[in-house]
Design a binder for this molecule. Structure first.
Ligand SMILES: Cc1cc2nc3c(=O)[nH]c(=O)nc-3n(C[C@H](O)[C@H](O)[C@H](O)COP(=O)(O)OP(=O)(O)OC[C@H]3O[C@@H](n4cnc5c(N)ncnc54)[C@H](O)[C@@H]3O)c2cc1C
Length: 412
């Protein structure tokens, strides 16, 4: 078999590399290894509604014909178990050995495990894969009391899914506030209050000590008391799947370490993209590892273009995120640091709120609740590097400011 591009990981980022290679005219062999049995799919829908059967989960990125028509050798249910950097080959669990000219690691992340006693009882779930989402969907159909461990994006999304299904829902979060460093302290109480209004109960600053029940979970023992539970779902963060890289001697540190072109800092013939990669970014003070569809998509496309022979570009896409939590759409553009100054502004309806983060007097990030137009305006301004000061935003919104600036440009 002649050597070409081998992509380890059939998820959002791996798909981005393979499809971009072909879109840019690369005509060598392209092989994608995916350890799951499913076609590459989107994960965001998994935690945003209850899924009860495979027909209910139309999440594949593209149909199977896409890969056949582009001669992409998609090997599903086939985990890569080792890399030989000297021979430039990968070996899969089946024993298949495939040579590469370029190797791309797109192995994603795995959920951090819940390590308290009883975490292995029936009725305790995390959501990362399609199969996880189906298991939670089935369990939700009969659950009266649901305890969500972790008040992050996925925990809050699942809390609202459980509530919509008629369950009583308690979210237990170890930190004093929800969404840790992802959301500014100014906006967090507003988000929390919206969920409480709909009936979600929060226990923040509370530790889960044990899960109990006779084979199946019935109770959650916390530092604030015991909660009844027919179902426990947890979302307490994710860790990069970096063991292949580490075992092959590549530098890793909570992610495969890459340079600005997304090449491993240890081997220029190996790149890493998506949730498993950590590298420099112009919007961050140091190397960052981002877990988002935007990051996986943009990094995959960038590496695909470079390997296909386009002019190499440093990775600099504006980071942005979203999370749909029942009636709340949370969107974030840019990267906020804890020391940034944050100003909260209400939109023209009580449901709309924005938190603007300033560093050295300039806008660096914007968090919005139920205000997609303001999020889009933020993305445009931040991506173009248009300077916006707190004074520019006094008594106005980014949307209005952008419109006013465009009108001035047209007139001059
Ligand atoms: C429930 C959930 C909800 C989310 N919601 C949002 C959201 O609303 N907005 C947002 O921006 N982001 C969201 N995310 C994050 C987003 O889905 C990820 O950032 C994105 O999928 C990362 O893409 P990736 O390709 O790096 O990893 P993945 O999509 O995780 O794909 C990696 C794939 O590689 C496979 N793999 C790993 N090791 C090997 C190996 N050795 N051999 C072969 N295959 C291997 C894995 O099994 C996996 O299928 C969500 C994530 C989850 C889990």
């Amino acid at each position: 078999m002649s050597a070409g591009v081998v992509i380890v990981g059939g998820g959002q980022a791996g798909f981005g590399v393979a499809s971009t290679l072909r879109a840019c005219g690369y005509d060598g062999p392209v092989t994608v290894f995916g350890s799951e049995p499913h076609l590459p799919y989107q994960r965001p829908p998994l935690s945003k509604k209850a899924h009860t059967g495979p027909d209910d989960l139309q999440v594949s990125l593209v149909p199977e014909t896409f890969y056949r028509e582009r001669d992409i050798d998609l090997r599903l249910d086939e985990e890569v178990v080792s890399l030989d950097r000297a021979a430039r080959t990968v070996t899969a669990r089946s024993g298949a050995r495939v040579p590469y000219t370029h190797l791309v690691l797109a192995t994603g992340a795995r959920n951090r495990p819940l390590t308290v006693p009883g975490a292995d009882l029936d009725g305790v779930h995390a959501v990362r894969s399609l199969d996880d989402a189906l298991a939670v969907g089935r369990a939700l159909a009969t659950a009266g009391d649901v305890v969500v461990v972790g008040g992050g994006f996925i925990g809050l999304e699942l809390a609202r899914v459980a509530l919509a299904g008629g369950a009583r829902v308690t979210v237990v979060e170890l930190a004093d506030r929800l969404l840790g460093r992802a959301l500014s302290p100014a906006l967090e109480p507003r988000l929390r209050e919206r969920h409480e209004r709909f009936g979600v109960r929060f226990l923040t600053g509370t530790a889960v000590r044990a899960l109990e029940g006779p084979g199946r979970v019935e109770r959650v023992v916390t530092s604030a008391g015991v909660l009844p539970a027919d179902l426990v779902v947890y979302g307490i963060g994710a860790a990069p799947r970096e063991e292949l890289a580490r075992d092959a001697g590549l530098a890793v540190a909570d992610g495969v370490l890459v340079d600005e072109l997304l090449r491993s800092v240890s081997d220029p013939w190996i790149s890493a993209v998506g949730d498993c990669a950590r590298g420099p970014h112009p919007h961050a003070a140091g190397p960052v590892r981002l877990e988002s569809v935007q990051n996986a998509t943009d990094q995959g496309a960038l590496v695909g273009r470079r390997i296909a022979g386009r002019e190499p570009e440093p990775y600099a896409s504006l980071p942005w995120f979203w999370s749909d939590q029942g009636d709340v759409k949370l969107q974030i553009a840019g990267l906020r640091a804890p020391s940034d100054e944050v100003r909260l502004t209400a939109g023209d309806s009580p449901e709309r709120l924005a938190a603007y983060a300033f560093r050295d007097g300039l806008l660096v990030a914007v968090e919005t609740l139920n205000w997609p137009a303001e999020h889009l305006a933020a993305r445009r301004l931040l991506a173009h590097g248009t300077p916006v000061t707190a004074a520019d935003l006094a008594g106005t919104t980014l949307g209005a400011l952008a419109r006013a600036r465009r009108a001035t440009e047209v007139r001059t």
